[in-house]
Design a protein around this ligand. Structure first.
Ligand code: DQA
Length: 148
């Protein structure tokens, strides 16, 4: 257990376009809505949340490294990098914080290239297909784990 009181929320490529991006798949919820929901859920447990989004793999890795200094867990939707990035999975392993992976859509019901996640192997839990609510589930999971 750690006495740190902050979660890191990481959103990867193209998730800044939520709201208008393929609404038939991702709905009309915006990234701002998601960050608000995750922040409010963390606050229920007395936790702060730092929300970051980038379309650049290296920037995401830098943010994950930074979490080592002041966070007690990482909620991550790495977007398409989920399916390609050993480097992000390695960064998550390196910082050795509990990780909750989120996908708005059910990646297992979509194209086969979305079925494999490099993140899942280093995540405590994975939420897929629950839309924005999945982020609240992930935050709650990490917050409750922190208390136990
Ligand atoms: C996603 C699923 C990924 O396959 C896709 O590349 C995304 C979003 C999701 O939240 O459902 O960008 O991570």
């Amino acid at each position: 257990m750690t006495d740190r009181r902050r979660l890191l929320l990481v959103n990867g490529p193209n998730l800044n376009l939520l709201g208008t991006r393929e609404p038939d798949i991702y709905g009309t919820v915006t990234l701002a809505d998601i960050e608000k929901l995750a922040t409010a859920t963390a606050a229920e447990f007395g936790l702060d949340l730092r929300a970051v989004q980038s379309n650049h793999e290296g920037a995401l890795i830098d943010e994950i490294h930074r979490a080592r200094l002041d966070c007690c867990g990482v909620v991550i939707n790495a977007g398409a990098l989920t399916h390609t990035s050993v480097a992000i999975a390695d960064a998550l392993s390196a910082v050795d914080l509990p990780v909750a992976e989120v996908h708005l859509s059910n990646i297992h019901r979509r194209e086969s290239f979305r079925h494999h996640s490099y993140i899942s192997a280093v995540a405590e839990m994975v939420v897929v297909g629950a839309g924005a609510e999945g982020y609240a589930v992930a935050v709650r999971h990490l917050a409750q784990g922190r208390q136990s």
